[in-house]
Design a protein around this ligand. Structure first.
Ligand SMILES: Nc1ncnc2c1ncn2[C@@H]1O[C@H](COP(=O)(O)OP(=O)(O)OP(=O)(O)O)[C@@H](O)[C@H]1O
Ligand SMILES: [Mg+2]
Length: 225
């Protein structure tokens, strides 16, 4: 359902060209629970951003549910993202002037969900990620780990077909990290949502059903267990 075909991504950093991804090919089936690991700078965020339609490859193509997303315009990609994808960023990207509740419910209102349904879905997911009672706090009034959980709640609340997560447990203690992972596993089995997440966390790698290793912009190993 997700097909990354011979994708390269080059960035221009001043006069230097950085080859962030080199000829990456990867097929992801619906319902996969896949972890991308590799050293810092190996291209994990770059690959997630491309699958997440936030950016387009320098060459090669990305096809999601039969749609060649890498050929879409910026506007078309934004619409596609809103409908199909949940994204958890390495740097949260919460809206600072909105409370935890508003950051999450905003994602639902974009999908025309309102009223009691919106309220119930928002409160349920905030509770599930362990933020019950903190819904009226602004991001600056929350710890890094708590902000991470708001970002996770925001990505999961609309029950997207595909969830992309860049280091979802990086700022969490191991207990909270396990809770988040259990929540992701639950959504994966109950809703058949596809999960792709990057991680440095051994616990997360161990619980993934498929582990892809990136080295210097290339896939060096791809194992199912
Ligand atoms: N916007 C950019 N402009 C220039 N170079 C970039 C840009 N974004 C990433 N890079 C470079 O591309 C390479 C891959 O970066 P990327 O962020 O994908 O790595 P990563 O595997 O996610 O690393 P980390 O584990 O530190 O998050 C790095 O060499 C990085 O410096
Ligand atoms: Mg990264």
């Amino acid at each position: 359902m997700i097909s990354v075909e011979n994708v390269t991504k080059d960035y221009q950093a001043g006069k230097i060209e950085v080859h962030a991804l080199r000829d990456v090919t990867l097929k992801v089936e619906q319902g996969d629970f896949l972890s991308i690991a590799g050293p810092s700078g190996s291209g994990k965020t770059t690959l997630l951003n491309l699958i997440g339609c936030l950016d387009v490859p320098t060459s090669g193509s990305i096809i999601i549910e039969n749609e060649p997303v890498s050929e879409k315009s910026k506007k078309e990609r934004a619409l596609f993202r809103r409908e199909k994808l949940g994204f958890i960023f390495q740097t949260f990207n919460l809206i600072p002037v909105l409370t935890a509740y508003e950051n999450v419910s905003f994602a639902l209102s974009l999908q025309k969900i309102a009223g009691k349904e919106l309220d119930e879905m928002t409160m349920k997911i905030l509770d599930e990620v362990g933020l019950g009672g903190m819904e009226h706090r602004f991001p600056r009034e929350l710890s890094g780990g708590q902000q991470q959980r708001v970002a996770i709640a925001r990505a999961l609340v609309k029950k997207p077909a595909i969830v992309l997560a860049d280091e979802p447990t990086a700022n969490l203690d191991s207990h909270t990290g396990e809770g988040i992972l259990a929540l992701m596993e639950d959504l994966n089995t109950k809703h058949k949502a596809t999960f792709i997440f990057s991680t440095h966390d051994k616990m997360v790698m161990d619980r993934a059903r498929r582990l892809v290793l990136l080295h210097d912009g290339k896939i060096s190993s791809d194992q199912r267990r």
